[in-house]
Design a protein around this ligand. Structure first.
Ligand SMILES: [Zn+2]
Length: 147
C-alpha cells in the first residue's frame, strides 16, 4: 500500500493553503498573547493608555514583538498625549507603509518590514525633525534596554 505518501490533515492543509501563511499563523498564535495576536496579525488597535510602553521612557530599542527586529529607538520617542507610544521616526528600512482606508479614514498603516506584523499608523502631525507621528501599539513592541 502507499501509506508512506499519506498526508495528515494538517500537512495537506499546509500544502493547499500556502506553507508560509499557515505556518506563520500557527507560529504567532503560539508565540503571542491573544491580544497581541489580534493587533499584530489582525491589525486590531489596543485601547489608548492601556499599553505598557505608552508612558515608558527608558533608553533602548523597541523590537517587533513577532520577529524581534529593532524598529524604533527611545531617542525618537515623544509624548504625544494620544495614548499610544509615539515616535517621530522609525529605524531606517524597518517599516513597510500601506494605504489603509478602513473605518472611513485615509491612513497609512505601518508594518514591520521583516515579518509584516501590524505595528500601527503614521500621521503627519508629529514634532520636528521629521514632522511624523508613528502611532504604535505597545502590544506590537518588545523593549530591549541599553545600559
Ligand atoms: Zn517583525
Amino acid at each position: 500500500m502507499c501509506n508512506g505518501l499519506q498526508l495528515t490533515e494538517k500537512q495537506s492543509l499546509l500544502i493547499h493553503s500556502g506553507f508560509d501563511i499557515v505556518m506563520n499563523d500557527e507560529y504567532y498564535k503560539n508565540k503571542l498573547s491573544d491580544d497581541a495576536y489580534n493587533v499584530c496579525r489582525r491589525a486590531a488597535t489596543e485601547q489608548p493608555f492601556s499599553g505598557i510602553y505608552n508612558d515608558h521612557w527608558q533608553t533602548g530599542k523597541y523590537l517587533c514583538v513577532c520577529c524581534e527586529v529593532p524598529i524604533f529607538t527611545s531617542k525618537a520617542k515623544f509624548e504625544s498625549g494620544c495614548g499610544w507610544p509615539s515616535f517621530y521616526e522609525a529605524i531606517e528600512h524597518s517599516i513597510r507603509y500601506l494605504p489603509d482606508k478602513s473605518h472611513n479614514m485615509q491612513r497609512i498603516e505601518i508594518q514591520c518590514k521583516n515579518c509584516q506584523s501590524h505595528v500601527g499608523h503614521v500621521f503627519n502631525d508629529g514634532p520636528q525633525p521629521t514632522g511624523k507621528r508613528y502611532c504604535v501599539n505597545s502590544l506590537s513592541l518588545f523593549f530591549l534596554p541599553s545600559y
